[in-house]
Structure formats: C-alpha cells, structure tokens
Design a protein around this ligand. Structure first.
Ligand code: URA
Length: 307
C-alpha cells in the first residue's frame, strides 16, 4: 500500500474511533486531508460500551429493486406474499417471505455488504462476510465479527472457533446447513489495520462499527425471521439484547428480540451463550454453554445428536 493511502487510512480510522457515529464519521472522513501523519494516530482500545441506539427519527425502508425485478421476470403470475419492499414498509405489518423471496433479498443484501465502505473496516478487509446458511432456518447463530480465516474465505466461522461451533450445532442434532450463521460486524475488525496480512490481528468490533453494520444484520434477521437466535459472546449478546450487562448476567433466559430499523413478521426469541473462541480458551465453560443450548433444543423439540 502506498504511504499516502496508509496515511489516509490511518486518519480515517482515527476519525472513526473518535466519532463513534457513522454519519459523523462519513462527514469527517470526507473532510480529512490526505497528508495526516501515520505517527499521529494513537492506538485505542475498542469501545466496550453499550450499542448506541439508531438516531432518533430514522426509519428504514428496505428496497430490493433487483430482487423484485428478477422475481417479476421469473414469475409473472400474481405473487402470494408481498414483495421485499412491502415487508419492511413502516406503514404495513410485515409478512414472512417465501424461500425464493428470502434468497433473492439476502443475495441482494450480501452484494450491498460486499460493496460497503460505511466504516474503515471496508478499506482493510479482504472479503466481507455477510453470513450463510438456510434462509428458512428456525435457528440463527450470531457471532461478533470475522477473524483472519473468515476474512480470507468470505464465510463466517470457518476457523478454529468455527470448528467448535460446528460441533455445538451437531451436538444439538443439527447440521451447519440447517441453521443460518452471521456476525454483528461483516468485516474483519483488526487491532492493526495497517497490516491486514498479520495473524493474531483480531479484535471485537467497536460501537461505531457495530452501528454501521446494524441495519444489515437487522435486515438479515427480518428476512430469515428465525424462531430463535443464539447470540455468541458478550459483544453479540449486548448488541442484540440492547443491554450493557455482562454476558454472565444476560445468560440463562430468553429475550424477545426487538429491532431498531425493521419490524419482524413474527416474534423472535434470543438467548445468549459463550462465544466458541471463549470456550476454546476456557474449556471449563463448555458445560454451561451446553446448558444454554439445551434450552434452545427444548424449545425446538431437538433431541440432540444420536449416540
Ligand atoms: N468469531 C466470530 O465472532 N465470527 C466469526 O465468523 C469467526 C470468529
């Protein structure tokens, strides 16, 4: 990367951390002079505060024009369910999409995420990681953000933590392909954004990055509309349950999911448990994670892996 680009990137990153607000960031980033010294950027700890609410008065009308055009071309007959745009209309009660509509809407959303540069992670990622899985899943797992392996493959939970997540899903009696897996942040948050090629360069997304990605995640959840979500780790739990309590305090019960920007077509329950990466570091916590997963299994009538 040329030094000018690095300087620019460092300046944008610094502004972003200072602003902690996407709109403010976009404004300050646009005004950033190109010649800010990299040396002036002080390393900062990621903010661990509660996720800021959506700006007051902001509403989201989600439009999927290409998905709608594709759908109309493929099926000129009258549609049984409303198109994606109507599903998110603030004036109307949202209705569950059918499988084809969900697939089209999620694919369009993934394209948007892959082209996103709302926060500086867009400049340092190798691949955006929108998420993957069964669009009709009853169960969704949501982690905090892609790491090194996920950034390289553009897929969620494919590294060591992902292998453990696969085992957790299998223990519940499910296959990875039966659930949907996504993250709070869609691009790799790095401790050292100037060296994206480095190993061990992972960190949790900060509050501003979470705010930038929030609409994408909320749209994914509203489209898939799973019956249950398992929030993996404190970052995910706090963001989705909108509560700054510790993971320990949030675990052990279901919460009614409430989204800031879209209405859900039906109620979604959310439960918090340990992040698989935390379980790798603290294997003693696995039995508690298993208690959490069994709560979800009981709700979904899952018997677990056959022995
Ligand atoms: N950790 C996460 O939170 N998400 C991933 O996709 C991988 C590791």
């Amino acid at each position: 990367m040329a030094e000018n680009s690095l300087s620019r990137l460092a300046a944008e990153f610094k502004n972003f951390l200072a602003a902690q607000d996407e709109d403010e960031f976009i404004a300050t980033a646009a005004a950033t002079p190109a010649a800010v010294s990299v040396a002036s950027v002080q390393p900062q700890e990621p903010a661990q505060t509660a996720v800021p609410p959506m700006p007051e008065g902001e509403t989201l009308t989600v439009e999927f024009p290409r998905a709608r055009a594709r759908e109309q071309a493929a099926a000129p007959a009258p549609v049984q369910a409303p198109a994606a745009k109507e599903t998110f209309s603030p004036q109307q009660d949202p209705v569950l999409m059918n499988t084809a509509q969900k697939t089209a809407a999620l694919s369009e959303l993934a394209d948007t995420i892959k082209n996103c540069s709302r926060c500086p992670l867009g400049a340092t990622r190798i691949n955006a990681v929108p998420g993957e899985g069964n669009v009709d899943a009853d169960l969704m797992f949501i982690g905090e953000g892609p790491g090194f392996d996920e950034d390289r493959q553009g897929r969620p939970f494919v590294g060591r933590a992902g292998q453990l997540l696969d085992k957790m899903i299998a223990a519940m009696g499910l296959k990875r392909e039966q659930v949907f897996i996504a993250n709070i942040a869609k691009c790799h948050p790095m401790t050292d954004p100037l060296h994206p090629e480095k190993h061990g360069n992972d960190r949790a997304p900060n509050a501003g990055e979470i705010a930038c990605c929030r609409k994408y995640l909320e749209q994914q959840i509203a489209v898939i509309c799973p019956k249950y979500i398992v929030a993996l780790g404190g970052v995910s739990a706090k963001a989705l349950i909108s509560d700054a309590k510790s993971l320990g305090a949030l675990r052990g019960r279901f919460y009614d999911l409430s989204l800031d920007s879209v209405k859900l077509p039906r109620p979604v329950k959310i439960l918090a448990t340990f992040h698989p990466a935390a379980l790798l570091r603290n294997p003693g916590w696995k039995k508690d994670a298993w208690i959490d997963l069994q709560m979800v299994m009981a709700e979904l009538g899952l018997k677990g892996a056959s022995k």
